[in-house]
Design a protein around this ligand. Structure first.
Ligand SMILES: C[S@@+](CC[C@H](N)C(=O)[O-])C[C@H]1O[C@@H](n2cnc3c(N)ncnc32)[C@H](O)[C@@H]1O
Length: 405
């Protein structure tokens, strides 16, 4: 990325009246926003660097509609959008801060969380990239919360946090083999490997956990692969899924924790927490197989779900549950079992052909094997669809052919 303003205009250039006008024209043009013809026309009226920035921004806005209802008014950097919390998760999180007044949003990024956190409460938003801090204020304004925000460009470790009721921190996830790069003015570099490693954050998780020394109520966003053994006693680890898509983990300090672990499924906000009870029976698969939501599995709440549903586990080590009656729950996908037998590839290939199954979602859990090779060898053909589960039942390799009920 070239930071010379003669050839490079960053997203903050689009905060100007000229930038906003240009973005509106691109949105109204309704053609391919990066189109050469549109670009050429606009470059006759606006600086080329601003046109390039606006066209790139328009593409980001289109992508951002997956996260934000008001994406077409917001401003983003590519990394900022990628790491931003969606509007739905930001609202859920902000609700959990309850009646907290003055709050800090540390590592505020482009303000995905800020849009909800600052709705009716004073928020100090801190990011070390000036671009992000400025975009965060703009984006909070899009949601009518701009007046509640005071932004600060600094390393969060250098900010004095006295007099706050609550702190929210969303540390940057560091990439494997590529420390976060960039500079204070232009923001993070927008290239490089994006293989985020759970537990590797900037600032480090230990620093974030110690924030309870500065404010009583602390919430920290983390990657969903976060190892549970780093969660201190008395804190809550909440795993949040959007439908079946596990999005993130949240760590809540004792002042905000209401359980040790929690699985939350949005958009409805259904929530499951540990409930002690009798051991869950282990037994053969029945007419229905339940595939728990990944948030339930990550939160270690499969036994709780089984007890709640009166289901049994098909194996003490495997997160599939069995029932004999149709059971609907927001915490698992229900599948109807058409075939259940010890895994034997020839037998299953024959049964799949008899059932006319030409398209199958192969789920492997607790069994080794290359799914793509198995799929090729099964030689699927026919008009029907199924889920083929390769797993273990009481320690034995087992297969199931299932459909949506
Ligand atoms: C995961 S993003 C925040 C996303 C934000 N919650 C949202 O929803 O848009 C992390 C941000 O932390 C910032 N950051 C990383 N280390 C920092 C530090 N030591 N001090 C201040 N900001 C930092 C990065 O610039 C980046 O904008």
């Amino acid at each position: 990325m070239n930071a010379d303003p003669a050839v490079y205009a960053g997203p903050t250039a689009l905060l100007s009246a000229e930038g906003q006008e240009l973005l509106a024209r691109i949105a109204a043009a309704g053609e391919k926003p990066g189109g050469l013809a549109l670009g050429a026309r606009l470059r006759r009226e606006y600086p080329a660097a601003l046109v390039a920035a606006a066209q790139a921004q328009h593409e980001l806005r289109l992508a951002a509609r997956a996260k934000f209802g008001r994406a077409m008014e917001m401003l983003f950097t590519r990394d900022g959008l990628e790491q931003a919390s969606s509007e739905m998760i930001a609202r859920h999180r902000a609700r959990r801060f309850g009646g907290a007044g003055r709050t800090a949003d540390l590592c505020c990024g482009i303000g995905g969380d800020l849009t909800a956190l600052a709705a009716g409460r004073e928020v100090l938003a801190v990011d070390r990239y000036e671009v992000h801090a400025r975009l965060a204020v703009h984006n909070a304004g899009v949601y009518g919360a701009g007046a509640w925000v005071r932004a600060c460009v600094a390393d969060v470790r250098d900010v004095r946090l006295g007099g706050l009721d609550a702190v929210f921190a969303d540390p940057a996830r560091r990439t494997a083999g590529n420390r976060e790069t960039g500079n204070r003015e232009t923001g993070p570099r927008e290239t490089g490997p994006r293989r985020f490693r759970a537990g590797l954050t900037e600032p480090p998780m230990d620093w974030c956990l110690a924030l309870t020394g500065q404010a009583p109520a602390v919430g920290i966003k983390a990657a969903p692969g976060l190892p549970l053994n780093i969660v201190p006693a008395g804190w809550e680890a909440e795993f949040i899924a959007d439908g079946r898509d596990l999005k993130e983990a949240m760590l809540w300090s004792p002042a905000l924790a209401t359980a040790a672990r929690r699985a939350t499924i949005l958009p409805a906000g259904d929530t499951l927490v540990p409930e002690p009870g009798p051991d869950v029976p282990v037994g053969a698969p029945g007419e229905y197989l339940l595939d728990p939501n990944p948030a339930v599995t990550r939160a270690g709440l499969v036994a709780e779900l089984a007890r709640r549903l009166g289901a049994r586990q098909i194996d003490p080590m495997i997160a599939f549950l069995a029932t004999d009656r149709e059971t609907r729950t927001p915490f698992a996908r229900t599948l109807r079992v058409l075939e259940s037998a010890p895994w034997n590839e020839k037998h299953f290939a024959r049964r799949l052909r008899e059932l006319g199954i030409g398209a199958a979602d192969l789920r492997r859990r607790g069994l080794a094997g290359d799914v793509d090779r198995i799929r090729r060898r099964l030689k699927l053909a026919g008009p029907n669809r199924a889920t083929v589960v390769l797993t273990r039942v009481s320690g034995k390799p087992w297969g199931l052919i299932c459909t949506d009920p």
